[in-house]
Design a protein around this ligand. Structure first.
Ligand code: ASP
Length: 439
């Protein structure tokens, strides 16, 4: 089985973590292409190397203490080298990086060096070939990934290479300038490499044993999701469950390659398998419950709204003119509600209200702030009766008022709006109803 394995920042944070990574890789010779992040935090108070690199860039640009920061970064790597007892040096690389930064290499170049150095070090430690990501990942001028070129480059670079380590997070544009993905982007690199070589599996090694049914900061010891479909994950990640970079789904999904989330500190745990489709019955009726606070709603009322052709279009074009996207659009016979990120609306509040007034001349416009949206997601909900009823009775038992309900036609997603202050209680109530009382 041909595998691409990506190890995140905490998996590469110290010599001890490097040893765990090596054990994992050596246990399965199918793990042939390894993607690494920059060393992450060793403890809660620690700083990620990537953050130090951004600081280094600022210090070089603004005549700050660049040498002091560079020394700190150098020490992070040296500690790993010493801890592993390796006969290996990155001194020359550090000198080059510093020279390049002083002669104007950009911010992306600075940030990318964390992955670059770490991949070199990991390659030396494993005895694998180092392949630079600038030769594998190509970006367009607008910083989006050029998938076609990237696929070709990956195929070419990895042809005939049995084992390699490739840095995550960055690539280059057509002119060879280094460009990074957004933060956490090594996940995307791993996905592109897996798709490019048509791997059987993309393993994403991190410091948790997979996706959890609910946020552990809200629910105590939540269950792990063992199988999840791409579609379900999209609904959940969109609402803020951040184990995997959102853009990491697309490349592997297109090729039908599953992703397995695994824990470097507990490699025996199954983790979460993300698949296109599965016959595997979900353990619980819901796959996950998640959400986000700080939405607001604009409630528009007008008699005979239902027969006024073009009403919706006119209202939405006001949002479009202000560059605001809406999250949900529940409606009644004479009412229409726009649910929007509060932060987004705040900037254009009066312009939007005025625009709606002029566009459709409503009888009433009401604003409401501090709404939390909760997504209850699960492929198991589709054919099961009474799911919505159970969600509502769970909330009623906790005296939580539901402000909005939205069920997509796919039937595996119910969105509920509650007050911000009820958010945590609502998540716990739904979790207890579907998971605790079922296990
Ligand atoms: N090192 C980068 C970051 O901290 C990218 C990554 O870890 O994926 O965001």
């Amino acid at each position: 089985m041909l595998k691409v394995a990506k190890f995140g920042g905490s998996s590469c944070a110290s010599a001890e973590q490097f040893q765990k990574v090596k054990n994992i890789i050596m246990q399965d010779r199918g793990r042939r292409y390894i993607i690494v992040s920059a060393p992450g935090k060793r403890n809660a108070k620690d700083t990620k190397v990537t953050d130090l690199l951004y600081k280094l860039y600022d210090a070089v640009e603004q005549d700050g203490d660049a040498e002091g920061i560079l020394k700190k970064i150098q020490k992070r790597y040296q500690d790993i080298i010493d801890g592993l007892g390796l006969d290996f040096s990155l001194s020359e690389d550090f000198q080059n990086i510093f020279d390049n930064l002083k002669s104007g290499a950009g911010k992306d170049y600075a940030a990318s060096r964390g992955e670059y150095l770490n991949a070199k070090l990991m390659a030396a430690y494993l005895g694998f070939q180092f392949i630079d990501a600038v030769n594998c990942i190509e970006f367009n001028d607008d910083r989006s990934c050029n998938f076609k070129e990237t696929e070709d480059k990956i195929k070419k670079q990895l042809e005939g290479v049995d084992y390699a380590v490739i840095p995550g997070f960055y690539g280059a544009d057509q002119n060879g300038h280094t460009i990074t993905f957004t933060r956490g982007g090594s996940d995307v690199t791993g996905s592109l490499i897996a798709a490019g070589i048509n791997a059987d599996l993309y393993e994403n090694w991190t410091d948790v044993s997979g996706f959890l049914v609910a946020d552990p900061r809200i629910v105590k010891n939540p269950e792990v999701i063992d199988y999840i479909t791409y579609k379900e994950l999209r609904e959940l990640s969109y609402m803020g469950a951040g184990v995997l970079h959102e853009d990491a789904i697309f490349p592997v999904r297109k090729e039908g390659i599953p992703i397995q989330i695994k824990n470097t500190n507990r490699p025996e745990d199954h983790g979460t398998m993300i698949v296109a489709n599965t016959l595997k019955k979900p353990r619980f009726t819901i796959t996950g419950v998640t959400g986000k606070k700080d939405f607001c709603s604009i409630n528009i009322e007008k008699a005979m709204m239902n027969s006024e052709i073009g009403f919706g279009r006119k209202v939405l074009s006001v949002l479009e003119d202000c560059g605001i996207s809406f999250e949900h659009l529940p409606s009644g016979i004479d009412t229409m509600t726009l649910v929007i990120h509060q932060e987004e609306l705040e900037k254009y509040e009066q312009k939007v209200l005025q625009g709606i007034q002029r566009a459709v001349n409503p009888d009433l416009i009401e604003l409401e702030s501090d709404i939390a949206l909760i997504a209850v997601v699960g492929r198991g909900m589709k054919s099961s009766r009474g799911v919505a009823g159970r969600v509502f009775s769970a909330l009623a038992h906790e005296y939580i008022n539901i402000k909005m309900i939205d069920q997509g036609s796919s039937e595996y997603n119910i969105i509920i709006g509650v007050r911000n202050e009820d958010f945590e209680n609502a998540i716990r109530a739904i979790y207890n109803m579907f998971v605790l009382s079922a296990s």
